[in-house]
Design a protein around this ligand. Structure first.
Ligand SMILES: *Cc1c(COP(=O)(O)O)cnc(C)c1O
Length: 344
């Protein structure tokens, strides 16, 4: 059933799957993609031998459609999602989707579900979930020859139950998220399957999320299960971890540009050591789903590191970053050329 109730209560939406009427589907067979089309069928029927079920040949993306102040529907930098899906597909030995096909599929999905893009002022958005997976049959470990690319949509509110603006607390995880030369830098389903145990442990212990460290030295900050980090120093410099084993967040990359070019802040992308967290006064998680979530503290096996200016929601720098980013997405502020794509 389509959840019609969400339409009357946009402001109270959480981050969950609320089925909308339409999705885009394209299938790959005999070495090529079909044209792709909008359908109403929210289910997928698979062979029991489909590669995705056994060997996890699947990757995904996440982006949002926004209703702007002047009542247009826009998406934010979908070309970067398209490129990242190409990187993910190549690493998993799957056929790629061209940037043009990806953006066309996003536009078709949004247009078909336009009634489900939350109105301006509700702070809710229509989350889009592109997913590429192996439908083809295998028994031995090898790439499949048939695939499906699908995009569905779900109206969403804040990612964390605390609500978007309240601070969260993280635990330094004992598990690793990714390995050098592994798959941490792509949006592969397998990266999330193995994060679920540490996710559950963190929640059972009363934390909102995990902070993962680099698996080689376990001294450097990487990211959380689904968002990158930024930190702010006492003198207002925005610092973000540099690592080849984190997912290259489009939100983080955008924030660093905005911090430097629109807010005139000093920015640094460099290795960040767990031992230097005490030096920062603000910490935020950033990603399409999390937007910016302020982090109050990080718990490293009982040692609590607090960020003085993120105790009760956004610190001053995080707040400026949040307002600038969402201002651009909701059409209140003009952003860099080409970042916002008008669909309707
Ligand atoms: C999706 C994701 C992010 C955020 O990337 P955005 O492009 O900003 O949405 C960060 N880390 C991980 C592990 C992710 O899966």
């Amino acid at each position: 059933m389509i959840n019609e109730a969400v339409k009357t209560d946009w402001a109270n939406l959480g981050f969950g799957y609320h089925k909308t009427p339409f999705r885009y589907v394209s299938n790959y067979k005999d070495g090529k993609w079909d044209e792709g089309a909008i359908t109403t069928d929210a289910t997928v029927t698979l062979s029991e031998s489909a590669n995705v079920l056994h060997y996890c040949q699947t990757c995904f993306e996440g982006l949002k459609a926004y209703t702007t102040k002047d009542n247009h529907i826009v998406v934010f930098r979908p070309d970067l999602n398209a490129k990242r899906l190409i990187d993910s597909a190549e690493r998993l030995q799957m056929p790629t989707i061209s940037v043009e096909k990806f953006i066309d599929a996003v536009e078709q999905t949004v247009r078909a579900n336009a009634d489900y893009v939350p109105p301006y002022g509700t702070n809710a958005t229509l989350y889009l979930r592109p997913v590429l997976f192996a439908t083809g049959e295998v028994l031995g470990v090898k790439p499949a020859t048939e695939y499906q690319f699908r995009i569905f949509a779900s109206p969403v509110g804040p990612y964390f139950k605390t609500g978007g603006a309240s601070s969260i607390v993280l635990k330094v995880s004992d598990y690793d998220r990714s390995a050098p030369m592994g798959t941490g830098d792509i949006k592969a389903g397998l990266n999330y399957a193995m994060s679920l145990r540490s996710y559950v442990i963190a929640h059972e212990e009363g934390f909102n999320e995990n902070m993962y460290l680099d698996s080689k030295t376990r001294t450097k900050v990487e990211e959380t299960g689904g968002a990158n980090f930024f930190f702010v120093t006492k003198d207002g410099t925005v610092v973000t971890p540099k690592s080849s084993t984190i997912l290259p967040s489009i939100t983080r990359r955008s924030l660093m540009v905005l911090a430097k070019d629109m807010l005139g802040l000093k920015v640094e992308e460099r290795e960040v050591y767990l031992s230097e967290l005490e030096d920062f006064v603000e910490c935020g998680l950033c990603g399409t789903a999390a937007i910016i979530s302020p982090v109050k503290a990080v718990n490293d096996h009982g040692r609590e590191i607090k960020f003085a200016n993120s105790q009760n929601g956004y610190g001053p720098v995080s707040k400026k970053l949040y307002e600038t980013l969402t201002g651009i997405q909701f059409g209140e502020i003009k952003g860099p050329e080409g970042w916002v794509r008008v669909i309707k």
